[in-house]
Write a protein that binds this ligand. Sequence first.
Ligand code: SF4
Length: 236
Amino acid sequence: MADRQTGGALHDEGCAWALKRANVIDFYSRLAEANPDPRTELEFENTYQLLVAVVLSAQSTDVGVNKATRALFAQVKNPAEMVALGKTKLINYIKTIGLYNTKAKNVIALSEILIRDYDGVPPNNQMALEALPGVGRKTANVVRNTAWGEETFAVDTHIFRVGNRTGLARGKTPLAVEKALDKATPDPFRRDAHHWLILHGRYVCRARTPECWRCLVVDLCAFNDKIFRFKSGKGV
Ligand code: SF4
């Protein structure tokens, strides 16, 4: 936390170099200017549906989850309706999503707990969310950031990659990158950093072919293997 406020360079063990404070601000400012109001691509109408959608999205794409949940969420708005629906009928809605059987079991179980312990309303509490079936640290971070605007840094595969490539937040594990992001990210970017970074990783800083030729932060990025030309549908 102190380093966020003193303006010093940001260092992680083992990195060749990391972004300096001024560059971090520049980095986020450019992403913010391009997308002033970043949102999750998951579709939902309330916090309960958001929680379910994030649980279903583990190791699945948001597009795939949305396809399944459009019909489901038209019928099911709260935990009581989910429990009434039951696991077998829930599976009929989500069977196109990977690990649907386990996810269905978890969604029913977490819905029962929400009814029993939280009057059917997901709690804005990291530990309480993580105690729900199918909800890990990343899922709880996503829900708290998206539903309540909490300054959490949920590190998925995209953010892990962007943080390490750019030098913004390096670490060998998602938790290390999360802590590095928390340390590196200044106000007023903390609330939306998660969405800017995930969208940047999903659409520009792609895993196999980062599209550096059109990247807004190319001059700030520490990645050594940038790709600068676009040819036949692929960068080279
Ligand atoms: S310059 Fe390339 S590697 Fe760096 S953030 Fe942009 S797309 Fe990713």
